[in-house]
Design a protein around this ligand. Structure first.
Ligand code: FES
Length: 336
């Protein structure tokens, strides 16, 4: 979650589904090619794209393999029973040959530079960005170890790809239903914090929290823990109160009712705001806070960034003070 510059959605790219295949039980893979046949923009491991689905939904999917010579993108989509309709709509309605609009790749989960050792942890569909990281690290000849956890092999995508790769000896696959000896033990896999190591994790929230908490208990400092959430846990809105947003330098005040989000109040009042995930995961709506204390409910900013209280996510976060003074200018990276 290092690069938070993607606060404004860019131009959309028109792509065609060149290939669709089932990668595992409940997981479909899509290969996307530019409609005009040109190579799609390059990207680095950890990047994701916004996919604009039929019916107006926009969902984020990690790019799961580094681009080959054809300049195409590959994404893996899990039919998630908890999803708000995006994954099911994509899997059910989008077939080979269909056209889609996507955003250019954005990267909030980039690998750190340098020659440090990387520890990669993937849970379930969280393998998509982590596979890409393994590919990039292997290509660059940098040291890494990857742990991939899942309930059963039949529900785990890319197992054959990993086992057949040139870096398979750096990959450990842990299956809940498999023999006890191969099951995932976070303390053993993570180990003591080494000066030059970075840890990356992606997967279901419970898995990620377990990995991150274990790493912290082993002495890993926060700046060497990197994560990407797919979705936020449901939030209880019963105690939400109304508050006000004042637009810096204008004196204009936008009331936010208890039952609406700050983002909705701003849009209803005619102020431009780019939204994507609408659950505090993607970073698209990041907004600078000049005064007041936000009630942070996102998974995008780190704890340290939350404590600074100089930015918030109006799609999901609210206010602890009666008024927040905000600046709707695109966020300058230096304030992150
Ligand atoms: S729209 Fe994704 S964090 Fe707000």
């Amino acid at each position: 979650m290092e690069d938070k510059k993607g606060a404004v959605m860019g131009t959309l790219l028109k792509v065609r589904v060149a290939r669709r295949e089932m990668l595992a039980e409940g997981i479909a893979g899509y290969e996307l090619a530019a409609v005009d046949g040109a190579a799609l923009p390059d990207f680095m491991a950890g990047a994701h794209i916004d996919v604009h689905l039929p019916g107006g939904l926009v969902r984020q999917y990690s790019l799961c393999e580094l681009p080959g010579t054809q300049g195409r993108y590959r994404i893996g989509v899990l039919r998630d029973p908890q999803s708000r309709g995006g994954s099911a709509r994509l899997i059910d309605a989008v077939r080979e040959g269909d056209e889609l609009a996507i955003g250019a790749p954005r990267n909030h989960f980039a690998l750190q530079g340098g020659t440090q050792r990387s520890l990669l942890f993937a849970g379930g569909i969280g393998v998509t960005p982590i596979l890409c990281m393994a590919q990039q690290l292997a290509r660059e000849g940098r040291p890494f170890e990857m742990h991939y956890c899942g309930r059963s092999l039949s529900r785990m995508a890319f197992v054959d790809t990993l086992r057949g790769s040139g870096y398979s000896d750096q990959v450990r696959i842990h299956v809940d239903e498999g023999p006890p000896a191969q099951r995932f033990d976070a303390r053993t896999a993570i180990g003591a914090a080494a000066e030059d190591s970075h840890l990356y994790v992606c997967g279901p929230t419970g898995f990620m929290d377990h990995v991150l908490e274990t790493a912290r208990s082993l002495g890993w400092p926060e700046e060497r823990l990197h994560r990407e959430y797919f979705a936020a846990a449901p939030v209880d809105h019963a105690g939400d109160d109304a508050f006000e947003l004042e637009l810096l330098g204008t004196g204009q005040v936008v009331p936010v009712r208890a039952e609406q989000s700050a983002a909705q109040a701003l849009l209803d009042a005619g102020f431009p705001l780019s939204l994507s995930c609408e659950q505090g995961v993607c970073g698209t709506c990041i907004t600078r806070v000049a005064q007041g204390v936000p009630d942070h409910r996102d998974l995008y900013l780190t704890e340290e960034e939350h404590l600074r209280n100089d930015a918030f996510m109006p799609c999901c976060s609210r206010a602890r003070t009666p008024r927040l003074v905000i600046d709707l200018q695109p966020v300058n990276p230096s304030c992150n």
